[in-house]
Design a protein around this ligand. Structure first.
Ligand code: PLP
Length: 466
Protein backbone atom coordinates (compact mmCIF):
# COMPACT_ATOMS: atom_id res chain seq x y z
CA UNK A 1 0.00 0.00 0.00
CA UNK A 2 1.52 3.34 -0.99
CA UNK A 3 1.65 6.26 1.40
CA UNK A 4 -1.05 8.16 -0.48
CA UNK A 5 -3.44 5.23 -0.22
CA UNK A 6 -3.18 5.01 3.56
CA UNK A 7 -5.89 6.52 5.72
CA UNK A 8 -4.81 9.71 7.44
CA UNK A 9 -4.68 8.07 10.87
CA UNK A 10 -1.95 5.61 9.68
CA UNK A 11 0.42 8.54 9.13
CA UNK A 12 0.30 9.70 12.76
CA UNK A 13 3.02 7.42 14.23
CA UNK A 14 5.45 8.32 11.42
CA UNK A 15 4.98 12.01 12.13
CA UNK A 16 5.38 11.52 15.86
CA UNK A 17 8.76 9.82 15.48
CA UNK A 18 10.16 12.38 13.04
CA UNK A 19 13.61 13.59 14.16
CA UNK A 20 13.56 16.57 16.52
CA UNK A 21 14.08 20.05 15.09
CA UNK A 22 17.56 21.02 13.94
CA UNK A 23 17.56 23.71 16.61
CA UNK A 24 16.92 21.21 19.36
CA UNK A 25 19.55 18.82 18.06
CA UNK A 26 22.13 21.61 17.98
CA UNK A 27 21.60 21.87 21.75
CA UNK A 28 22.50 18.22 22.40
CA UNK A 29 25.44 17.81 24.81
CA UNK A 30 27.02 15.25 22.44
CA UNK A 31 27.49 18.01 19.86
CA UNK A 32 29.03 20.56 22.17
CA UNK A 33 32.71 19.67 21.50
CA UNK A 34 32.16 19.77 17.74
CA UNK A 35 30.41 23.16 17.97
CA UNK A 36 33.33 24.46 20.01
CA UNK A 37 35.76 23.42 17.27
CA UNK A 38 33.83 24.03 14.08
CA UNK A 39 31.28 26.69 15.08
CA UNK A 40 27.49 26.38 15.21
CA UNK A 41 26.87 27.33 11.57
CA UNK A 42 28.83 24.42 10.11
CA UNK A 43 27.37 21.96 12.65
CA UNK A 44 23.82 23.06 11.79
CA UNK A 45 24.63 22.44 8.11
CA UNK A 46 25.84 18.95 9.02
CA UNK A 47 22.69 18.29 11.08
CA UNK A 48 20.50 19.23 8.12
CA UNK A 49 22.43 16.78 5.96
CA UNK A 50 22.04 14.14 8.66
CA UNK A 51 18.28 14.67 8.87
CA UNK A 52 18.12 14.51 5.06
CA UNK A 53 20.09 11.24 5.00
CA UNK A 54 17.74 9.73 7.60
CA UNK A 55 14.50 10.81 5.95
CA UNK A 56 12.17 7.84 5.90
CA UNK A 57 14.09 6.01 8.68
CA UNK A 58 12.24 7.23 11.72
CA UNK A 59 13.96 4.94 14.23
CA UNK A 60 15.23 5.85 17.67
CA UNK A 61 17.39 8.96 17.65
CA UNK A 62 20.89 8.26 18.93
CA UNK A 63 22.65 11.50 19.91
CA UNK A 64 26.13 10.00 20.05
CA UNK A 65 25.77 8.38 16.62
CA UNK A 66 24.54 11.67 15.22
CA UNK A 67 27.53 13.52 16.72
CA UNK A 68 29.93 10.98 15.20
CA UNK A 69 28.24 11.29 11.82
CA UNK A 70 28.50 15.10 11.91
CA UNK A 71 32.11 14.94 13.06
CA UNK A 72 33.06 12.68 10.15
CA UNK A 73 31.21 14.92 7.71
CA UNK A 74 32.92 18.05 8.99
CA UNK A 75 36.40 16.51 9.09
CA UNK A 76 37.07 17.66 5.55
CA UNK A 77 35.74 21.16 6.25
CA UNK A 78 37.44 21.77 9.59
CA UNK A 79 40.81 20.49 8.32
CA UNK A 80 42.83 23.20 6.59
CA UNK A 81 43.11 22.70 2.84
CA UNK A 82 46.81 23.55 2.74
CA UNK A 83 48.47 21.19 5.20
CA UNK A 84 51.89 20.46 6.54
CA UNK A 85 53.43 17.31 5.00
CA UNK A 86 56.64 15.32 5.05
CA UNK A 87 58.32 15.78 1.68
CA UNK A 88 60.28 12.54 1.25
CA UNK A 89 60.25 12.68 -2.56
CA UNK A 90 63.99 13.32 -2.78
CA UNK A 91 63.40 16.70 -4.43
CA UNK A 92 64.43 19.29 -1.87
CA UNK A 93 62.87 22.40 -3.48
CA UNK A 94 59.64 20.86 -4.76
CA UNK A 95 57.47 23.50 -6.43
CA UNK A 96 54.24 21.55 -5.82
CA UNK A 97 55.19 21.11 -2.17
CA UNK A 98 55.95 24.75 -1.48
CA UNK A 99 59.68 25.05 -2.34
CA UNK A 100 61.98 26.43 0.38
CA UNK A 101 61.31 25.86 4.07
CA UNK A 102 62.09 29.09 5.88
CA UNK A 103 64.71 29.69 8.56
CA UNK A 104 63.45 30.22 12.12
CA UNK A 105 64.72 33.83 11.93
CA UNK A 106 62.55 34.42 8.85
CA UNK A 107 59.51 32.75 10.40
CA UNK A 108 59.80 34.90 13.51
CA UNK A 109 60.20 38.07 11.46
CA UNK A 110 57.13 37.19 9.38
CA UNK A 111 55.03 36.42 12.45
CA UNK A 112 56.05 39.69 14.11
CA UNK A 113 55.16 41.62 10.97
CA UNK A 114 51.78 39.90 10.77
CA UNK A 115 50.91 40.84 14.31
CA UNK A 116 51.63 44.58 14.27
CA UNK A 117 51.76 47.67 12.16
CA UNK A 118 55.31 48.07 10.86
CA UNK A 119 57.65 50.60 9.24
CA UNK A 120 56.86 49.05 5.85
CA UNK A 121 56.91 52.43 4.07
CA UNK A 122 57.92 54.69 6.88
CA UNK A 123 61.20 56.37 7.76
CA UNK A 124 61.49 56.40 11.55
CA UNK A 125 64.38 58.88 11.62
CA UNK A 126 62.50 61.64 9.78
CA UNK A 127 58.92 60.56 10.41
CA UNK A 128 58.35 60.66 6.66
CA UNK A 129 57.28 58.21 4.01
CA UNK A 130 59.79 55.48 3.23
CA UNK A 131 60.35 52.89 0.51
CA UNK A 132 59.28 49.28 1.07
CA UNK A 133 62.13 47.83 -0.99
CA UNK A 134 64.67 49.65 1.19
CA UNK A 135 64.30 46.84 3.78
CA UNK A 136 65.96 44.38 1.42
CA UNK A 137 67.84 46.50 -1.14
CA UNK A 138 70.90 47.21 1.08
CA UNK A 139 71.33 43.47 1.72
CA UNK A 140 70.94 42.63 -1.95
CA UNK A 141 73.49 45.29 -2.90
CA UNK A 142 75.92 43.94 -0.35
CA UNK A 143 75.43 40.29 -1.31
CA UNK A 144 75.51 40.73 -5.09
CA UNK A 145 77.72 43.77 -5.62
CA UNK A 146 74.93 45.40 -7.64
CA UNK A 147 74.24 49.16 -7.45
CA UNK A 148 70.53 48.79 -6.88
CA UNK A 149 67.75 46.26 -6.23
CA UNK A 150 63.97 45.83 -6.16
CA UNK A 151 61.80 42.89 -5.11
CA UNK A 152 58.51 41.67 -6.61
CA UNK A 153 56.08 38.76 -6.31
CA UNK A 154 58.15 36.05 -7.99
CA UNK A 155 60.83 35.62 -10.62
CA UNK A 156 58.31 35.29 -13.45
CA UNK A 157 57.00 38.72 -12.42
CA UNK A 158 60.56 40.04 -12.22
CA UNK A 159 61.35 38.93 -15.80
CA UNK A 160 58.07 40.35 -17.08
CA UNK A 161 58.60 43.69 -15.35
CA UNK A 162 62.19 44.02 -16.58
CA UNK A 163 61.24 43.24 -20.19
CA UNK A 164 58.15 45.46 -20.15
CA UNK A 165 60.18 48.37 -18.75
CA UNK A 166 63.29 48.12 -20.88
CA UNK A 167 62.02 46.67 -24.14
CA UNK A 168 58.26 47.11 -24.67
CA UNK A 169 57.46 47.46 -28.37
CA UNK A 170 61.03 46.58 -29.33
CA UNK A 171 63.25 43.55 -29.91
CA UNK A 172 65.06 41.35 -27.41
CA UNK A 173 67.71 38.91 -28.63
CA UNK A 174 67.85 35.43 -27.03
CA UNK A 175 69.81 32.31 -27.98
CA UNK A 176 67.72 29.36 -29.22
CA UNK A 177 69.58 27.24 -26.68
CA UNK A 178 68.07 29.32 -23.87
CA UNK A 179 64.39 29.51 -24.86
CA UNK A 180 63.31 27.62 -21.79
CA UNK A 181 60.03 26.42 -20.43
CA UNK A 182 59.80 25.77 -16.74
CA UNK A 183 56.84 24.20 -14.97
CA UNK A 184 53.64 26.14 -14.51
CA UNK A 185 53.52 27.80 -17.93
CA UNK A 186 56.60 30.00 -17.75
CA UNK A 187 57.99 30.05 -21.28
CA UNK A 188 60.38 32.73 -22.41
CA UNK A 189 58.61 33.32 -25.77
CA UNK A 190 55.22 33.73 -24.01
CA UNK A 191 56.60 36.03 -21.33
CA UNK A 192 58.20 38.15 -24.07
CA UNK A 193 54.88 38.42 -25.88
CA UNK A 194 53.04 39.34 -22.68
CA UNK A 195 55.64 41.96 -21.87
CA UNK A 196 55.02 43.46 -25.31
CA UNK A 197 58.48 42.64 -26.71
CA UNK A 198 59.47 40.96 -29.95
CA UNK A 199 61.65 37.93 -29.48
CA UNK A 200 64.56 37.61 -31.89
CA UNK A 201 65.99 34.08 -31.76
CA UNK A 202 69.62 33.54 -32.64
CA UNK A 203 71.86 30.49 -33.03
CA UNK A 204 70.67 26.90 -32.91
CA UNK A 205 69.47 24.62 -30.13
CA UNK A 206 72.97 23.38 -29.36
CA UNK A 207 75.27 26.16 -30.57
CA UNK A 208 75.13 29.93 -30.47
CA UNK A 209 78.13 32.13 -31.33
CA UNK A 210 78.94 35.75 -30.57
CA UNK A 211 78.57 36.62 -34.26
CA UNK A 212 74.96 35.34 -34.15
CA UNK A 213 74.17 38.04 -31.60
CA UNK A 214 76.20 40.66 -33.45
CA UNK A 215 74.34 40.04 -36.72
CA UNK A 216 70.92 40.18 -35.06
CA UNK A 217 71.41 43.58 -33.43
CA UNK A 218 69.51 46.24 -35.35
CA UNK A 219 67.91 49.66 -34.89
CA UNK A 220 64.94 48.12 -33.05
CA UNK A 221 66.96 46.08 -30.58
CA UNK A 222 66.29 47.09 -26.98
CA UNK A 223 68.26 44.45 -25.06
CA UNK A 224 70.17 41.20 -25.20
CA UNK A 225 68.94 38.53 -22.83
CA UNK A 226 70.56 35.47 -21.30
CA UNK A 227 68.49 32.78 -19.59
CA UNK A 228 70.02 30.20 -17.30
CA UNK A 229 68.91 26.82 -18.70
CA UNK A 230 68.01 25.72 -15.24
CA UNK A 231 65.96 22.58 -15.69
CA UNK A 232 67.83 20.79 -18.45
CA UNK A 233 71.36 20.32 -19.72
CA UNK A 234 72.45 20.28 -23.35
CA UNK A 235 75.60 18.23 -23.62
CA UNK A 236 77.84 17.13 -26.47
CA UNK A 237 78.60 19.50 -29.38
CA UNK A 238 77.46 22.68 -27.71
CA UNK A 239 78.42 26.33 -27.47
CA UNK A 240 76.89 29.25 -25.69
CA UNK A 241 78.27 32.74 -25.33
CA UNK A 242 79.42 33.61 -21.81
CA UNK A 243 78.56 36.99 -20.31
CA UNK A 244 82.24 38.00 -20.48
CA UNK A 245 82.01 37.97 -24.32
CA UNK A 246 78.43 39.14 -24.71
CA UNK A 247 78.73 42.20 -22.45
CA UNK A 248 81.50 43.97 -24.45
CA UNK A 249 79.49 43.49 -27.68
CA UNK A 250 76.29 44.89 -26.10
CA UNK A 251 78.22 47.81 -24.53
CA UNK A 252 79.73 48.72 -27.89
CA UNK A 253 76.21 48.85 -29.36
CA UNK A 254 74.80 50.70 -26.37
CA UNK A 255 72.47 47.88 -25.29
CA UNK A 256 71.76 46.47 -21.81
CA UNK A 257 72.25 42.76 -21.11
CA UNK A 258 69.58 41.10 -18.97
CA UNK A 259 70.08 37.72 -17.35
CA UNK A 260 67.38 35.50 -15.85
CA UNK A 261 69.27 33.28 -13.44
CA UNK A 262 66.20 31.34 -12.36
CA UNK A 263 67.26 29.81 -9.12
CA UNK A 264 70.34 31.93 -8.69
CA UNK A 265 72.10 31.81 -5.40
CA UNK A 266 73.87 34.21 -3.11
CA UNK A 267 76.41 31.70 -1.81
CA UNK A 268 79.02 29.45 -3.40
CA UNK A 269 77.48 26.00 -3.17
CA UNK A 270 80.95 24.41 -3.47
CA UNK A 271 81.54 25.52 0.12
CA UNK A 272 79.26 22.62 1.10
CA UNK A 273 80.55 20.14 -1.45
CA UNK A 274 77.78 20.82 -3.97
CA UNK A 275 78.30 21.54 -7.67
CA UNK A 276 78.60 25.13 -8.80
CA UNK A 277 75.42 27.08 -9.49
CA UNK A 278 75.79 30.60 -10.95
CA UNK A 279 75.61 33.30 -8.30
CA UNK A 280 74.02 36.71 -8.74
CA UNK A 281 77.39 38.24 -7.74
CA UNK A 282 79.18 36.50 -10.63
CA UNK A 283 76.59 37.75 -13.11
CA UNK A 284 76.98 41.33 -11.86
CA UNK A 285 80.77 41.03 -11.85
CA UNK A 286 80.63 39.82 -15.48
CA UNK A 287 78.92 43.09 -16.35
CA UNK A 288 75.30 41.96 -16.71
CA UNK A 289 73.15 45.09 -16.34
CA UNK A 290 70.04 43.52 -14.82
CA UNK A 291 69.86 40.12 -13.12
CA UNK A 292 66.66 38.37 -11.93
CA UNK A 293 66.27 35.37 -9.63
CA UNK A 294 63.80 33.66 -7.28
CA UNK A 295 63.49 34.12 -3.52
CA UNK A 296 62.18 30.63 -2.73
CA UNK A 297 64.55 28.46 -4.72
CA UNK A 298 68.19 28.07 -3.69
CA UNK A 299 68.10 31.35 -1.81
CA UNK A 300 65.88 29.59 0.73
CA UNK A 301 63.49 32.45 1.48
CA UNK A 302 59.83 33.29 0.80
CA UNK A 303 58.39 33.45 -2.70
CA UNK A 304 59.81 36.57 -4.34
CA UNK A 305 61.45 37.80 -7.52
CA UNK A 306 64.64 39.79 -7.06
CA UNK A 307 65.94 42.28 -9.59
CA UNK A 308 69.45 43.63 -9.12
CA UNK A 309 71.64 45.71 -11.38
CA UNK A 310 72.58 49.17 -12.62
CA UNK A 311 71.05 52.05 -10.75
CA UNK A 312 69.41 53.94 -13.59
CA UNK A 313 67.84 50.77 -15.02
CA UNK A 314 66.58 49.55 -11.64
CA UNK A 315 65.10 53.01 -10.99
CA UNK A 316 63.20 52.85 -14.28
CA UNK A 317 61.98 49.35 -13.39
CA UNK A 318 60.87 50.56 -9.95
CA UNK A 319 58.90 53.43 -11.48
CA UNK A 320 56.92 51.18 -13.86
CA UNK A 321 53.26 51.18 -12.70
CA UNK A 322 53.33 47.39 -13.09
CA UNK A 323 55.73 47.28 -10.13
CA UNK A 324 52.87 48.37 -7.89
CA UNK A 325 50.79 45.42 -9.05
CA UNK A 326 53.65 43.00 -8.42
CA UNK A 327 55.01 44.32 -5.14
CA UNK A 328 55.66 42.30 -1.98
CA UNK A 329 53.63 42.61 1.21
CA UNK A 330 55.12 43.35 4.64
CA UNK A 331 55.07 39.71 5.72
CA UNK A 332 57.16 38.38 2.88
CA UNK A 333 59.46 41.40 2.97
CA UNK A 334 60.09 40.71 6.66
CA UNK A 335 60.90 37.05 5.95
CA UNK A 336 63.08 37.99 3.00
CA UNK A 337 65.02 40.60 4.98
CA UNK A 338 65.68 38.07 7.77
CA UNK A 339 66.78 35.45 5.24
CA UNK A 340 69.17 37.84 3.50
CA UNK A 341 70.65 38.84 6.84
CA UNK A 342 71.66 35.20 7.42
CA UNK A 343 73.84 35.36 4.31
CA UNK A 344 75.94 38.06 5.96
CA UNK A 345 77.24 35.34 8.28
CA UNK A 346 78.25 32.55 5.86
CA UNK A 347 79.93 30.48 8.58
CA UNK A 348 76.60 29.72 10.23
CA UNK A 349 74.49 29.66 7.08
CA UNK A 350 74.33 25.87 6.74
CA UNK A 351 73.22 25.63 10.35
CA UNK A 352 70.47 28.23 10.14
CA UNK A 353 69.11 28.09 6.60
CA UNK A 354 67.09 24.88 6.05
CA UNK A 355 67.66 24.84 2.26
CA UNK A 356 71.46 24.82 2.58
CA UNK A 357 71.35 22.59 5.67
CA UNK A 358 69.29 19.99 3.81
CA UNK A 359 71.36 20.13 0.63
CA UNK A 360 74.60 19.87 2.58
CA UNK A 361 73.44 17.01 4.82
CA UNK A 362 76.08 14.26 4.66
CA UNK A 363 74.94 10.93 3.21
CA UNK A 364 76.38 9.17 6.29
CA UNK A 365 74.01 11.11 8.54
CA UNK A 366 71.07 10.19 6.31
CA UNK A 367 72.15 6.54 6.47
CA UNK A 368 72.22 6.68 10.26
CA UNK A 369 68.69 8.05 10.27
CA UNK A 370 67.57 5.24 7.94
CA UNK A 371 69.06 2.64 10.29
CA UNK A 372 67.15 4.09 13.22
CA UNK A 373 63.85 4.25 11.36
CA UNK A 374 63.94 0.85 9.65
CA UNK A 375 63.13 -1.41 12.65
CA UNK A 376 60.06 0.50 13.89
CA UNK A 377 58.76 0.94 10.34
CA UNK A 378 59.25 -2.74 9.46
CA UNK A 379 57.49 -3.73 12.68
CA UNK A 380 54.57 -1.50 11.90
CA UNK A 381 54.20 -2.65 8.29
CA UNK A 382 54.26 -6.36 9.13
CA UNK A 383 55.62 -9.35 7.29
CA UNK A 384 53.72 -8.79 4.03
CA UNK A 385 55.84 -5.72 3.25
CA UNK A 386 59.65 -5.67 3.03
CA UNK A 387 61.58 -2.63 4.12
CA UNK A 388 65.21 -2.08 3.14
CA UNK A 389 67.66 0.80 3.06
CA UNK A 390 68.67 1.76 -0.48
CA UNK A 391 71.01 4.37 -1.91
CA UNK A 392 68.98 7.05 -3.70
CA UNK A 393 69.75 10.07 -5.85
CA UNK A 394 67.84 13.20 -4.96
CA UNK A 395 67.49 16.53 -6.73
CA UNK A 396 67.73 20.12 -5.64
CA UNK A 397 64.57 20.84 -7.65
CA UNK A 398 62.93 24.06 -8.84
CA UNK A 399 65.15 24.10 -11.84
CA UNK A 400 68.50 24.20 -10.07
CA UNK A 401 71.15 21.79 -11.28
CA UNK A 402 68.89 19.55 -13.30
CA UNK A 403 70.92 16.39 -13.19
CA UNK A 404 70.30 13.88 -10.38
CA UNK A 405 73.09 14.47 -8.02
CA UNK A 406 72.33 14.35 -4.31
CA UNK A 407 73.61 11.04 -2.96
CA UNK A 408 71.12 10.03 -0.32
CA UNK A 409 69.44 7.04 1.31
CA UNK A 410 65.82 5.97 1.17
CA UNK A 411 63.68 3.50 3.01
CA UNK A 412 62.40 1.25 0.22
CA UNK A 413 59.14 -0.56 0.85
CA UNK A 414 58.14 -3.48 -1.38
CA UNK A 415 54.85 -5.33 -1.41
CA UNK A 416 51.83 -6.12 -3.51
CA UNK A 417 50.03 -2.83 -3.94
CA UNK A 418 52.41 0.13 -3.93
CA UNK A 419 49.63 2.57 -4.80
CA UNK A 420 47.66 1.46 -1.77
CA UNK A 421 50.75 1.76 0.38
CA UNK A 422 51.49 5.27 -0.88
CA UNK A 423 47.87 6.24 -0.22
CA UNK A 424 48.10 4.95 3.37
CA UNK A 425 51.15 7.19 3.96
CA UNK A 426 49.23 10.12 2.49
CA UNK A 427 46.36 9.52 4.95
CA UNK A 428 48.57 10.00 8.02
CA UNK A 429 47.87 13.03 10.25
CA UNK A 430 50.99 14.64 8.74
CA UNK A 431 50.85 13.08 5.27
CA UNK A 432 54.08 11.46 4.05
CA UNK A 433 54.81 11.94 0.35
CA UNK A 434 57.32 9.53 -1.17
CA UNK A 435 57.91 8.37 -4.72
CA UNK A 436 57.35 5.05 -6.45
CA UNK A 437 60.33 3.86 -8.48
CA UNK A 438 61.92 0.53 -9.32
CA UNK A 439 59.03 -1.46 -7.83
CA UNK A 440 59.27 0.17 -4.41
CA UNK A 441 57.84 3.05 -2.48
CA UNK A 442 60.90 5.18 -1.70
CA UNK A 443 61.03 7.50 1.29
CA UNK A 444 64.14 9.63 0.71
CA UNK A 445 65.33 10.75 4.13
CA UNK A 446 67.51 13.74 3.18
CA UNK A 447 64.63 16.11 3.93
CA UNK A 448 63.41 14.40 7.12
CA UNK A 449 64.40 16.53 10.10
CA UNK A 450 61.59 15.86 12.57
CA UNK A 451 62.32 12.20 13.23
CA UNK A 452 60.12 12.10 16.34
CA UNK A 453 57.02 13.42 14.55
CA UNK A 454 57.55 10.89 11.75
CA UNK A 455 57.88 7.96 14.15
CA UNK A 456 55.05 8.93 16.45
CA UNK A 457 52.40 8.66 13.76
CA UNK A 458 53.48 5.33 12.21
CA UNK A 459 51.05 3.42 14.44
CA UNK A 460 48.22 5.21 12.60
CA UNK A 461 49.04 3.68 9.22
CA UNK A 462 45.84 1.95 8.10
CA UNK A 463 44.45 0.16 5.09
CA UNK A 464 47.63 -1.88 4.55
CA UNK A 465 46.02 -5.29 4.77
CA UNK A 466 46.03 -7.02 1.37
C1 PLP B 1 62.10 29.14 -11.72
C2 PLP B 1 62.47 29.98 -12.89
C3 PLP B 1 61.69 31.07 -13.24
C4 PLP B 1 60.39 31.42 -12.55
O1 PLP B 1 60.61 31.76 -11.23
P1 PLP B 1 59.37 31.83 -10.19
O2 PLP B 1 59.99 32.38 -8.95
O3 PLP B 1 58.84 30.46 -10.06
O4 PLP B 1 58.38 32.76 -10.77
C5 PLP B 1 62.08 31.84 -14.31
N1 PLP B 1 63.21 31.54 -15.01
C6 PLP B 1 63.99 30.48 -14.68
C7 PLP B 1 65.23 30.23 -15.46
C8 PLP B 1 63.65 29.67 -13.61
O5 PLP B 1 64.42 28.63 -13.27
Amino acid sequence: MSRADRPASALAPTLASRPPSIDRMAGWPALRPLIARAGRTLVVDALRAWAEARRGHPDVVDEAACARWCEARLAGVVMPSQRRIFNLTGTVLHTNLGRAVLAEEAIQAAVDAMRSPTTLEYDLADGTRGERDEHVAPWLRRLTGAESAVAVNNNAAAVMLVLATLAAGREVIVSRGELIEIGGAFRIPDIMARAGCRLVEVGTTNRTHLKDYAEAIGPDTAAVMKVHPSNYAVTGFTKSVPAAELVPLARERGLPVIEDLGSGTLADLETWGLPHEPTAREAIAAGIDVVTFSGDKLLGGPQAGLVVGRKELIERIGRNPMKRALRLDKVRLAALEATLRLYADPDRLAERLPTIRTLARPASEIHGLAERLLPPLARQLGAALQVTIEPARGQIGSGALPVDLLPSFALAIRGKSLDRLAAAFRRLPVPVIGRIAGGALLLDLRTLEDEGAFLSQLSRLDGLAE
